[in-house]
Write a protein that binds this ligand. Sequence first.
Ligand SMILES: [Zn+2]
Length: 78
Amino acid sequence: MEEKTCEICKRIRKDIFCEYHAKAYYNIIEHYKYWKDAYGELSWEEYLTKLIENPENGVWVKEVAKYLISNKNGRVDI
Ligand SMILES: [Zn+2]
């Protein structure tokens, strides 16, 4: 069986990301709703940029945000 690796850290994974980056990705999706309510207008790209700039965010979240920004669609299906 061919082993697949995380798009970001190259760990063995089940989906597009490893469990750590998948968890961070789900958190990013989940929090976008609240941020959009708080800011009014907030594009997906602006949101991702804020995540990267916020020193309180963990390294997993930042890595996923950077990956999503450099990805043309900005979103992935997992
Ligand atoms: Zn990973």
